[in-house]
Design a protein around this ligand. Structure first.
Ligand code: FAD
Length: 307
């Protein structure tokens, strides 16, 4: 059965926090595999991200912490990883992160870790150092314990079906993804994309290059033309003219939202039909649209449908 998961960002005000936790109840009730929480560049959202992750630890859903390393020393990055592990987080999305606006690679200190792959290695290293082994009671032998190697953490990484804006070629993106798996990543989540064939072609190329981990497609219901323009600007993706025209032709916000949800549901159905192992949905901290997408793609059961 295909899985689904959600992405949230840490709230920036008390009102946004209330709204997030109301939506979170619905997202948790839907039964996702995990919920990930973004991390501001240079650690700017560390405490607020950790706040949402701690809240998730009290639910039945596994939290996944995004972490970025650009601008950090090894010591800083290790300290943050330890802080998250101490809080009970065992699942990470390891990212390089973007240099501050206007700073080019090589211009100034961009940190000790040059790529997401190095952060993957560091997370494993810190975890192993912290808990090299665990002891488990032996049933039937009171007081006896067997020794097991330490708990392995889940480490996801980003993948870019249409190429990362700074990448020189598709093969560079595939090499980077393969290097991240070799470093110990066990899940990939893609940047958003607007046409199913972009994801499906990328997965074929990644498999041919030797990548074996699951590659979850990142799906974002885009609920307005203005938002679509902003997303394209931020991600460097090509403008999906077909979707833009449909959003512009919709008369009111309600009609625009229907267009966005239907587009994301059709995209989800197409990638699932093409073999995607699940969906990772970008929520914008709201539950209605992503749950409608899951319903459209047939991934919510009757019980969960009332969430
Ligand atoms: P890497 O894997 O190290 O590199 C990514 C790609 O860039 C590679 O394909 C590589 O070929 C190319 N590349 C990198 N450096 C160079 C270079 N110097 N020259 C040429 N090519 C280069 N950002 C945040 O700040 N916080 C978040 O929470 C966050 N969450 C994200 C979640 C997902 C699912 C995705 C897809 C992105 C997210 N980002 C987030 C954005 C991410 O930090 C940026 O895309 C960043 O530019 C690259 O990070 P990475 O981990 O992919 O880096």
């Amino acid at each position: 059965m295909a899985t689904f998961s959600f992405e949230l960002y840490p709230p920036r005000s008390a009102a946004a926090e209330c709204a997030l936790y109301a939506s979170l109840d619905h997202l948790v009730a839907a039964g996702p595999e995990f919920i990930s929480v973004t991390y501001g560049a240079n650690g700017s959202s560390r405490d607020s991200s950790l706040g949402v992750l701690r809240h998730l630890l009290e639910t039945d859903v596994k939290p996944m912490a995004h972490l970025t390393c650009v601008g950090s020393t090894y010591a800083d990055a290790s300290r943050v990883i330890r802080q998250f592990l101490d809080a009970g987080i065992t699942s990470f999305l390891a990212l390089r992160g973007d240099p501050p606006a206007g700073v080019a690679e090589g211009d100034s200190f961009l940190g000790d870790l040059g790529s997401a792959g190095e952060l993957v290695q560091l997370i494993h290293h810190v975890q192993e150092e912290r808990a090299p082994f665990s002891q488990v009671e032996v049933p039937g032998f009171p007081g006896a314990r067997s020794i097991h190697s330490g708990e392995k953490v889940t480490i996801a990484v980003a993948a870019f079906p249409n190429g990362h804006p700074r990448s020189r070629s598709v093969s560079q993106d595939l090499d980077t993804l393969l290097a991240k798996e070799a470093a110990g990543a066990n899940l990939a989540i893609t940047q958003l994309f607007f046409h199913a064939e972009e994801y499906l072609r990328f997965v074929d190329q990644a498999r041919a290059a030797g990548v074996t981990m699951r590659i979850l497609p990142g799906i974002m219901p885009v609920l307005g033309a203005q938002r679509l323009r902003r997303i394209v600007e931020l991600t460097g993706e090509s403008m999906p003219i077909d979707l833009l025209r449909q959003l512009e032709a919709a008369d009111d916000p309600g009609a625009q939202q229907r267009v966005g949800v239907e587009h994301a549901a059709a995209l989800s159905s197409a990638v699932l039909a093409g073999g995607a192992p699940g969906l990772h949905l970008y929520t914008f901290n709201q539950h209605e649209a992503v749950l409608a997408v899951l319903r459209g793609a047939g991934l919510l059961t009757n019980v969960k449908e009332n969430a």
